[in-house]
Write a protein that binds this ligand. Structure first.
Ligand SMILES: [Zn+2]
Length: 231
């Protein structure tokens, strides 16, 4: 059985009442070690996630296109932007604060992936690479979930970036409420998935608009929430 969850700023997404260990500006359930929060707080939040669900494995994300195949639980955080496994009991985790946490799975063959997709991840086609690898590992019926991320109205960019991304992925074209150039990354990623024959389920939540989520665009120094998938 495949399980997925998306944590928020104030909840681990498990339905249980929680009290996060991180204090302002990382309050409450920051799960990232690299953002300036105290290590003890982050490890306490990760321990709470482990107690309520599964032992999660994280990665050192670089907006690159490296994929790491997990063959056992490990304290190490591989430098990668996607984790794949067929091993049960390991929560593959992607950390975000505006980027898209993409979870992919094929329940028929017990194969799962957690992917970090931001603007650069869209441009470097990490999702296509992950799907190709999953198919090479036997997947034939992949499904996907896109967790909360910044929406197309909030993600303002300069004209150069807009032209580059929209040139490659026309579905990303968007405008802010003031009519400035903006990118709709979830729309672009859904388009990529559709072309791959994958139906993606999209969260309607915008991390920049909802105080329930960490948002780098809104807050700068802040924590990270996670998308987690396990079998
Ligand atoms: Zn928004």
């Amino acid at each position: 059985m495949v399980s997925t969850l998306f944590t928020t700023r104030f909840s681990l997404g498990t339905g249980l009442p929680d009290k996060g260990a991180s204090s302002n500006p990382y309050n409450a359930f920051n799960l990232a070690l690299h953002v300036g929060d105290g290590k003890d707080s982050v490890l306490a939040n990760r321990a709470a996630l482990r107690e309520e669900t599964v032992c999660a494995m994280f990665m050192n994300q670089t907006h690159g296109s490296s994929i790491f195949i997990v063959d056992g639980i490990s304290e190490m955080e591989p430098t990668a932007d996607a984790l794949i496994t067929q091993v049960s009991g390991i929560g593959l985790s992607v950390l975000v604060a505006d980027c898209i946490p993409l979870l992919l799975w094929d329940a028929q063959v017990d194969l799962i992936a957690a992917v970090h997709v931001g603007r650069r991840g869209l441009l470097n086609a990490i999702t296509v690479k992950v799907v190709e690898l999953m198919e090479a590992m036997g997947a034939t019926q992949i499904q996907g979930k896109l967790g909360p991320s910044i929406c197309g109205v909030c993600y303002e960019v300069g004209e150069d970036v807009y032209s580059q991304v929209v040139g490659a992925y026309p579905l990303t074209q968007s405008r802010t409420q003031e009519g400035k150039f903006a990118l709709n990354l979830p729309a672009g990623l859904l388009g990529v998935l559709t072309e791959l024959g994958i139906q993606g389920e999209l969260s309607k939540e915008c991390t920049a608009e909802s105080p329930e989520y960490f948002s780098y665009r809104r807050d700068g120094i802040t924590g990270r929430q996670a998308g987690v998938i396990w079998i």
